[in-house]
Write a protein that binds this ligand. Structure first.
Ligand SMILES: NC(=O)c1ccc[n+]([C@@H]2O[C@H](COP(=O)([O-])OP(=O)(O)OC[C@H]3O[C@@H](n4cnc5c(N)ncnc54)[C@H](OP(=O)(O)O)[C@@H]3O)[C@@H](O)[C@H]2O)c1
Length: 176
């Protein structure tokens, strides 16, 4: 399974502005467009439960797209689940990807947040990274990655300036 991680952050590595969970209030429309295109290309999207909580009212479930939400308490969200479109699980990420691969999924888009991204990185499950840097600095906010004990080597693939303010889209490949 090829896993692509995508995040947008401030220059100083914050993926939220203060305690606000709505990232659309500070991210650029060019990044939103890039994210929509990437999301549309993937039939499998994985996220942490807190990310799900912050976007669930905006998610449009589709029969050809499976969204998987990691939570330690899947039963709590059973009334949100929709067969083949939205699942809640506490499987470990390696087993989860193996199971989904056996169902025919070849590509996975990991959309955050910081806890789940760190969990996948720590288990060496991520193959490529898209990181948008918005030209902003936030004194307070959620750090891009929850702190944990891991080190990942990357290879730079590309950098693209998305707008005149200087929003940068960076692409890296994970060295395994
Ligand atoms: N800027 C961006 O690109 C971007 C992207 C995504 C999200 N965000 C923002 O980031 C925030 C969310 O990020 P976050 O780091 O706080 O949370 P998160 O990574 O989205 O979700 C954390 C949750 O995942 C579940 N979890 C963690 N470890 C697990 C494990 N080993 N097995 C099963 N489930 C596990 C737990 O859910 P339970 O508590 O239910 O057990 C935990 O509370 C939101 O405010 C969102 O808006 C920003």
């Amino acid at each position: 399974m090829k896993v692509t991680m995508v995040l947008v952050s401030s220059l100083n590595g914050k993926i939220t502005r203060n305690d606000d969970t709505n990232i659309n209030l500070w991210t650029s429309k060019e990044d939103a467009k890039f994210f929509s295109l990437l999301r549309d290309k993937h039939k499998l999207i994985v996220m942490g439960r807190k990310t799900y909580t912050s976007i669930h009212d905006k998610i449009k479930l589709q029969p050809d797209k499976l969204r998987v939400v990691l939570t330690k308490n899947p039963a709590k969200y059973s009334n949100h689940a929709k067969s083949g479109m939205l699942e809640f699980t506490n499987e470990n990420p390696t087993k989860l990807l193996k199971r989904l691969e056996s169902k025919g999924y070849k590509n996975c888009l990991l959309v955050g947040g910081s806890e789940i991204t760190a969990l996948f990185l720590q288990s060496s499950l991520i193959d490529e990274i898209y990181l948008t840097i918005e030209p902003k600095i936030f004194g307070k906010g959620r750090s891009m990655l929850a702190e944990d004990n891991f080190e990942i080597q990357l290879k730079f693939i590309s950098a693209k300036k998305l707008n005149s303010q200087g929003t940068l889209l960076l692409k890296y490949k994970v060295q395994k």
